[in-house]
Design a protein around this ligand. Structure first.
Ligand SMILES: Nc1ncnc2c1ncn2[C@@H]1O[C@H](COP(=O)(O)OP(=O)(O)O)[C@@H](O)[C@H]1O
Ligand SMILES: [Mg+2]
Length: 334
């Protein structure tokens, strides 16, 4: 079980003025700016939950995961993982956790993968039967043997990620935190990774918190989603209904008004302010309108009022474009 209670993380950095005077001012005033990377985040994940934690770059995802895994202590608020605050006793917390940071290795850089696994086996006191069972699985699914005795530092990103993923699951953790785990993997390996985590969740009830840009990861692994923006959770719901949160919707239509293409586009933009209009290859028109400003019925009636509409179609927003929208948003956080 994972619980975040008004979790806050602030980073302080000294503001440097420009030039000598700025530098001196910094020295004397010690003025600093403060970034609230995580701003009062609260959520609760039940045992066995599969939740995606998504948001634009800089939204605060990794910082949240660092607090949940005990790498960072919150500025205020607290979090509980399996009933404990992980940053109070990181070693103890690690026993029940599996962690993958796409950007940051958990392995020993000078050791080979088999040596790293032997160390993990001792650190986590993994029973023989569990260790052998898991190794068999990773040989098969992640082709771990192919990594040989090469030191981790010499592995490619894809090879290292395979080892990281195997290492994070080796001790049958109750909770896994995966931050961009499929970065650098080809499609076949991505699928194996998705299968592994789904398998652990199904067979062992492993709780999963996943951060990923990859819509395939999100839909294959998770059923619920938390969307973060500038350190705050701005949406929580199911992956299935996520498509409904699109900020823009589209409608395709044709008409038999005596109007040229340019005139049609101009008229669309004027009757549906804030929308974008374009001509499609088949001669129909496509309108992308902000869903906060217009309902779909309203758009239809406006089009009917201003054009002699011959056909009209409103495609469902797809998950892919919603996730792209969320990740592409970019935060104003500085
Ligand atoms: N160690 C740090 N020191 C100062 N600022 C940081 C540090 N880590 C992250 N930040 C800032 O906190 C914000 C959130 O970062 P992060 O949690 O890595 O976002 P995400 O994982 O969603 O891309 C960003 O503005 C980032 O620059
Ligand atoms: Mg991150």
């Amino acid at each position: 079980m994972i619980r975040a209670e008004s979790l806050v993380k602030e980073f302080r950095s000294y503001e440097r003025g420009t030039g000598l005077r700025g530098g001196l001012a910094t020295l004397f005033n010690r003025s600093y700016k403060s970034v609230r990377a995580v701003d009062a985040v609260s959520f609760e994940l039940e045992e066995g939950a599969r939740t995606a934690y998504i948001g634009a770059n800089g939204a605060g995802k990794s910082t949240t995961v660092k607090m949940l895994t005990g790498i960072m202590t919150p500025t205020s608020g607290r979090c509980l993982v399996n009933g404990r605050e992980p940053y109070l006793n990181r070693r103890r917390a690690a026993l029940d956790m599996g962690v993958v940071f796409g950007q940051r290795s958990q392995l020993w850089w000078d050791l080979s993968v088999p040596d790293s696994f032997r160390i993990l086996r001792r650190l986590y006191r993994i029973p023989d039967s569990v260790y052998q069972r898991n190794l068999r699985l990773y040989r098969e699914m992640l082709d771990i043997d192919a990594l040989g005795t090469t030191p981790v530092r010499q592995l490619s990103l894809g090879q290292r990620m395979r080892a990281e993923i195997a290492a994070s699951l080796l001790h049958d953790p109750r909770v896994v935190f995966w931050d961009e785990p499929t970065v650098g993997l080809d499609l076949r390996l991505k699928e194996s990774v998705r299968e592994l985590i789904t398998h652990a969740n199904r067979e062992l009830g492993t709780t999963v918190l996943l951060t990923s840009h990859d819509i395939g990861d999100i839909t294959a692994i998770c059923d619920r989603v938390l969307v973060v923006d500038r350190g705050r959770v701005i949406h929580r719901g199911t992956v299935r209904e996520l498509a409904g949160t699109a900020t823009s919707r589209s409608v395709l239509f044709g008409h038999q008004e005596g109007l040229g293409e340019e005139e049609t586009l101009t008229r669309v933009r004027s009757v549906l302010p804030g929308s974008a209009a374009s001509v499609m290859e088949d001669g129909r028109f496509r309108v992308d309108y902000p869903s906060a400003a217009f309902g779909s019925r309203e758009v239809l009636s406006i089009l009917l009022e201003h054009f002699e509409v011959t056909d009209c179609y409103a495609p469902e927003p797809d998950l892919e474009s919603v996730v792209r929208e969320i990740y592409g948003a970019g935060t104003g956080a500085v």
